[in-house]
Design a protein around this ligand. Structure first.
Ligand code: ME8
Length: 649
């Protein structure tokens, strides 16, 4: 039996998982189930990435020890995967002994082979990405180029992995294995990056302790990515007493797929194969880099109030609706946006109207016209051309479906299935079964139409098995389809020749009211909003001396008159007594003030500002005003008792 080993990235347990993490996991789950249908011995690994400074900081925030914090999230994530009926065969946690001891050995092996050496590193470090960046890579303000967080300048003794040594070998490997990284565009990015030159990589840290200690020098902790990437083989028992899974699924395995988000492709496409080359482990895997779920073009973020959790959607709309939407909506390798309206529309269109409706209509008709039992009937009625058409389409759809799934294009594969669903519904529209039922001589023709509908539903349902877990089981049960007719091998029109369906079909998907449900999902998202403290960004102007300041002559002025500027909406024109004379002063505060409300007030005026004409009106000074973060202006009033002409300093 051919083997298939598929992995998700291991997730950072730094918060509750949102739909982004669920996307990767559901995608892998569908692919694993698909491969099983194809007859593969398929194994599926997911898990959590529990070491590193970021995790240490999350624990601190949670008022927990790091171990308590990762234990808490490990439980949460495993509960989520169970609820989503994820069929993972193992769940690896990098704090487990089975993993840690092997990571220690891996590091020592790399040291012994001189692929890792001790040196010193100075650079700007991003805790969030657990990575160093050079000055030229940083964004303005020394912000991390990957996530935009502030970086810290650090200097530390560190071990380095010799990436440069393997650069050419890696390029050759990618060249020799054109499917190593898909989609192609992502591969090109990686190749470009490698060709620009690989610097040796810092692979240990001394600034924190939450990680796997370097065995021969415990003041160092193994870099979290070296630790994390190893999970794909430590979970198979690589380097341990019983490495049978490693031998079976990796060394002698047929297919190994790491599914990763586009943001972590570089780690998987460069560091991981180089680590394996250095360890003398065969590079058996291929990489599929997927896009991201965005929220109206911005990242999912709790503070923006655009987070939605899988549990919220499954509780309200059911498991299969979520599983379907999540893998159907993002196109191969591309980003896509989650919107409440799209969610409800997708379910209504594909699942309620098209598939759910087809199944319930068909079962109802088979009961009404044939007491629930039909079998294949040959006839020469002209209707046979519609049936012939359906059979041809069913064949073509399966070819396209398998091709898409083989290329990890799950959304495309589901689109193919929709073609058959629509075509099957069309058979009803084309043949008018209710008319055929009125004519006794058409009984066999009608039975044939019913048979074709049922057989088509069986084929559709087979293709939906990897995604619609509960629905497909229900449909097979309602149509009394035996297990041997639920397989890819039985995907052939006519394979099952007799049907006996249930009396009362179960409702598969309730219809959703677009407007009401859109509001409901928005309300869920609002309820997830977390007020994160806003970091004020105040930029102080360059230094001046007291002499510079003394040049500004600020006096108390009494507003005698105020009116709108004749020619500019934003401006007001005041007559102000500043002690020395009456001044005409133009001020841009019309959005925030009615000029009449300021008459009689003592305000602060810069008197020695060079007079200018603003839109034709003379301005002999400036009224001082403050501005808040929203841009609202506040005129500064003089303290009680001050008179026009009094000086401010
Ligand atoms: O990167 N849409 O963990 P992670 C789609 N621990 N995918 C998304 C997403 C979104 N909105 N947000 C995140 C790590 N992801 C490391 C991995 S593997 C040896 C170590 C995806 O929890 C993201 O692209 O930050 C990545 O593939 C995965 O979730 C884990 O991200």
């Amino acid at each position: 039996m051919k083997t298939f080993y598929i992995t998700t990235p291991i997730y950072y347990p730094s918060g509750k998982f949102h739909i982004g993490s669920a996307y990767t996991t559901c995608l892998c789950d569908s692919l694993k189930r698909y491969k099983q249908l194809q007859g593969y011995d398929a194994r599926f690994l997911t898990g959590n990435d529990e070491h590193g400074q970021k995790i240490e900081e999350v624990a601190k925030k949670n008022n927990m020890t790091p171990q308590e914090s990762v234990d808490y999230y490990a439980q949460l994530s495993q509960d989520l995967w169970r609820n989503l009926k994820i069929s993972n065969d193992d769940f690896i946690r990098t704090t487990e002994k089975r993993h840690e001891v092997i990571v220690e050995d891996i590091f020592e092996k790399l040291l012994a082979n001189d692929d890792v050496y001790l040196g010193e590193y100075t650079g700007n470090y991003c805790v969030s990405c657990e990575s160093y960046f050079t000055k030229t890579q940083l964004l303005d303000g020394d912000l991390c180029p990957d996530c935009g967080s502030p970086t810290k300048l650090l200097k530390e003794e560190t071990y380095f992995l010799r990436l440069g040594k393997y650069q050419d070998r890696l390029l050759k490997f990618i060249d020799d294995n054109p499917d190593f990284i898909v989609p192609e565009t992502r591969k090109n990015e990686v190749v470009q990056f490698i060709k620009s030159g690989l610097n040796d990589l810092s692979v240990s840290r001394t600034a924190f302790s939450w990680g796997v200690k370097v065995k021969s020098n415990p003041s160092h902790v193994v870099y979290v990515w070296i630790d994390a990437l190893s999970n794909y083989i430590t979970a198979l028992g690589y380097g341990s007493k019983d490495d049978s899974l490693y031998q079976k699924y990796w060394v002698n395995g047929d297919e190994v797929i790491h599914v990763v988000g586009k943001d972590i492709l570089r780690f998987h496409a460069i560091y991981w194969p180089i680590m394996l080359m250095a360890l003398n482990v065969p590079i058996k895997f291929r990489l599929f880099a997927h896009g991201w779920y965005l929220m109206k073009d911005s990242k999912i973020s709790k503070s923006k109030g655009n987070v939605i959790y899988p549990e919220q959607l499954t509780e309200k709309y059911g498991l299969d609706a979520f599983r379907y939407y999540i893998v159907r909506e993002l196109n191969y390798g591309h980003d896509g946006a989650f919107t409440p309206l799209d969610y409800v529309s997708r379910i209504n269109t594909d699942l309620v109207n098209d598939y759910g409706n087809l199944v319930s209509r068909t079962i109802a008709m088979v009961n009404k016209y044939f007491g629930g039992a039909v079998s294949f009937k040959k006839h020469n009625d002209e209707i046979s051309k519609y049936e012939e058409d359906l059979r041809t389409i069913a064949k073509d759809v399966f070819v396209n479906y398998t091709q898409s799934m083989d290329e990890f294009k799950v959304a495309q594969a589901l689109l193919e299935v929709s073609v058959l669903v629509k075509r099957t519904n069309k058979l009803i529209d084309d043949t008018f079964p209710w008319e055929l039922a009125k004519d006794d001589s058409k009984k066999e023709v009608l039975e044939s139409v019913m048979y074709h509908l049922l057989e088509s539903i069986r084929l559709i349902n087979i293709m939906y098995i990897p995604v619609l877990i509960e629905t497909t089981a229900k449909v097979f049960a309602m149509l009394n389809i035996e297990e041997n007719y639920q397989t890819f091998n039985s995907y052939e029109f006519g394979e099952k020749s007799e049907y006996q369906v249930v009396k009362k079909p179960e409702h598969l998907f309730p219809r959703l009211d677009l407007e009401v449900e859109e509001k409901n999902i928005k309300a869920m998202m609002d309820s997830n909003k977390v007020q994160e403290p806003e970091v004020p960004k105040i930029e102080i102007l360059p230094e001046i001396t007291i002499d510079d300041f003394a040049k500004v002559d600020i006096r108390v002025g009494k507003i005698l008159e105020g009116k709108p500027h004749p020619d500019a909406k934003k401006l007001l024109v005041f007559t102000i007594d500043t002690g020395d004379k009456l001044r005409s002063i133009v001020s841009g505060i019309a959005n925030d003030y009615d000029p009449r409300d300021l008459v009689g007030k003592n305000v602060l005026v810069v008197c020695n500002l060079k007079p200018v004409k603003l839109r034709g009106v003379l301005s002999e000074g400036m009224i001082l005003a403050g501005e808040d973060k929203t841009g609202k202006l506040y005129v500064i009033e003089a303290s009680l008792g001050m008179k026009p002409g009094d000086k401010i300093s």
